[in-house]
Design a protein around this ligand. Structure first.
Ligand SMILES: [Zn+2]
Length: 281
């Protein structure tokens, strides 16, 4: 992926802050376990147990805001600016999310966030939280070695959840889930939301080059790399890797085939209107 010449955006760097003080009650922990349950397939009950040990949202931490000097931080700053540049032209009334990089754990508007959850978006404070050590884990677990587009896809997917907060799709899904007849139906809504975020990541990828005069652009092989990542994090594949049977009712993110399909659809059309995963339910 080409990105070195891209515009740098501001991110908040909380690395080296040691996870911060842990305070407060359990409010927000459950919310975090559900909505914070990110792209990359850790069982939400595990997340919840881990989060419970730490209690809920406490005093807000603040890191340095700007462009970090290290390579990984710069990459996030460029992808952040690129997603802003694309969505400003694609969504009327677009407002940037905040973006925080952290290590190990940090306070969030949705409770205590930590590395085990992978990247996630918190609607309460409209912030994308990224633990960069997760990228190491991606390489080890998913074989996404040196894969900068795979990383960008993860960030763009989380920004996709921010778009869903702005459009009201997230809120509609939560309401529909409350009316749902059972867990299987509620999970289908989660899947639609996740696949739409994948499609939005594809929309970003398609428009990144035009929005940056070619400074941020996919190179040959990048889309395939993104599709391999999308495949590796499908619910069915993750369930198999976990040694279990594949149980479609338990899916919350979509199968490997679905995730690849929607990322590709967003990329082919470049148009968020093509990302209506809800009609496809
Ligand atoms: Zn997601």
């Amino acid at each position: 992926m080409r990105w070195q010449g891209g515009r740098r955006g501001n991110i908040e760097d909380r690395r080296g802050m040691g996870g911060g003080a842990i305070a407060g009650g359990g409010i927000g922990v459950t919310v975090l376990a559900l909505i914070g349950y990110f792209v990359f397939g850790i069982d939400p009950t595990t997340t919840q147990q881990v989060a419970s040990q730490f209690g809920g949202a406490g005093s807000r931490e603040t890191g340095q805001v700007g462009t970090p000097e290290d390579q990984a931080g710069q990459f996030v700053a460029v992808i952040r600016a690129s997603t802003d540049d694309v969505w400003q032209t694609r969504l009327e009334g677009y407002k940037s999310p905040n973006m925080v990089v952290y290590e190990q754990g940090t306070q969030t508007g949705c409770g205590y966030g930590q590395s085990a959850m992978g990247p996630f978006y918190c609607p309460a404070d409209q912030t994308v939280y990224l633990d960069l050590s997760f990228w190491q884990q991606m390489e080890t677990d998913l074989g996404a070695s040196g894969a900068d587009f795979a990383r960008a896809y993860v960030i763009a997917h989380e920004v996709g959840h921010h778009i869903q907060t702005l459009t009201g799709a997230s809120q509609q899904v939560r309401e529909a889930q409350q009316r749902a007849s059972g867990e299987a139906e509620a999970n289908r809504y989660s899947v639609a939301l996740e696949l739409q975020a994948d499609c939005y990541a594809g929309v970003w990828a398609k428009n990144a080059s035009a929005a940056s005069n070619g400074q941020v652009a996919l190179e040959p092989g990048d889309l395939e790399e993104g599709l391999r990542t999308a495949s590796a994090i499908g619910d069915d594949t993750l369930q198999r890797r976990g040694g279990g049977r594949v149980v479609p009712e338990g899916f919350t993110h979509g199968t490997s085939a679905q995730r690849m399909e929607w990322l590709q659809r967003g990329y082919q059309t470049g148009d968020p209107a093509s990302c209506d995963t809800f009609s496809a339910l």
